[in-house]
Write a protein that binds this ligand. Sequence first.
Ligand code: NAD
Ligand code: IPM
Ligand code: MN
Length: 357
Amino acid sequence: MKTYKIAVIAGDGIGPEVLREGVKVLNQAAACDGGFSFDFTYFPWGCEYYLKTGRMMDEDGLERLREFDAIFLGAVGYPGVPDHISLWDLLLTIRKGFDQYVNLRPVKLLKGAPCPIKDVDREDVDMIFVRENSEGEYAGSGSWLFKGTPREVVIQDGVFSRYGCERIIRYAYHLAREKGKSLTSISKGNALNYSMVFWDQIFKEVGKEYPDVETHSYLVDAASMFMVKDPGRFEVVVTSNLFGDILTDLGAAIAGGMGLAAGANLNPERKFPSMFEPIHGSAPDIAGKGIANPLATVWAASQMLDFFGHEEWGSRLIHVIEEMLVEKKVLTPDLGGMASTSQVGDEAAAKLGKFAG
Ligand code: NAD
Ligand code: IPM
Ligand code: MN
């Protein structure tokens, strides 16, 4: 029997609350299948750990994570520790250290999920974002000169390498071809006259290898407008690190809310472990109340199952989420329900149990 070794970094705020339910459904999928199992190892890293030890993760953290088949992450960041420290020293260290250059984020309106757009056809909100996840605006290149003096100046560089742009754009073309869908590139070449002109050029260059894929190219401002006014235009979408971050929160808003939005940080070559997480943060406003929606984490668990080649269980989990959204009996308050985080996890696991062989 195959046993997947999973590193669990529950993190801060609602992270541990939602992750518990993610672990629950993964164990249930394994129990129902009978052909594989999970071995979870918990790492106590996060803001509390930082306040105790002065570090967000152990010094040899990446080395220790390296032997795992995947990482399951809750959320990182909490008032009391500056966000740029907590995120750079844990989440972004892992994404970069393990070259998880693909951030795959579905924006799909399931049956029963609320949508704030008037008169939208559910089928029209069905996108998959391929966000560049290793460089761009998040390269961490820059400087802070004359700090604290009247001459103070800060510089934050966007770093767009040919290697980095080609590989993410090629991944997106490949995915679009595989799915038989169109590919949309979102950039901003009119104002960002180096980085995004280069991005657009590479989008066209790589496109020559994929003449069968229908393409569209939008400026990010217009794209944001179209995502709300005419979401059916978007199928597979490829974009830069920062634009992808912002647009997928917008995507979450039109596809049921932050409580349903998941993402996979992939190292497609499988040289390093990939990481699966809800895209929301630690939600300090609701942490500790037991009302956080765990379904985004359940969706991330489904992405993990897909990644391991258990697509049948991955899609069953999505089916379970959809059934719960349609029934509206066991949902957390963000989706209009009265259930607790663990009740939603229990219900998801129970529904998944119907697929036991
Ligand atoms: P957030 O995503 O934590 O919260 C935004 C809003 O969405 C809040 O009102 C919150 O209650 C709600 N929300 C989020 N997840 C929810 C869920 N599962 N169920 C119900 N409601 C949910 O964003 P923020 O408030 O901007 O950030 C809080 C902290 O999290 C910051 O420190 C930020 O840096 C960090 N952060 C971490 C990650 C991550 O670890 N991947 C992602 C985003 C933000
Ligand atoms: C996300 C988050 C992170 C990002 C932050 C917390 C660094 O917002 O995963 O969407 O910007 O990538
Ligand atoms: Mn984000």
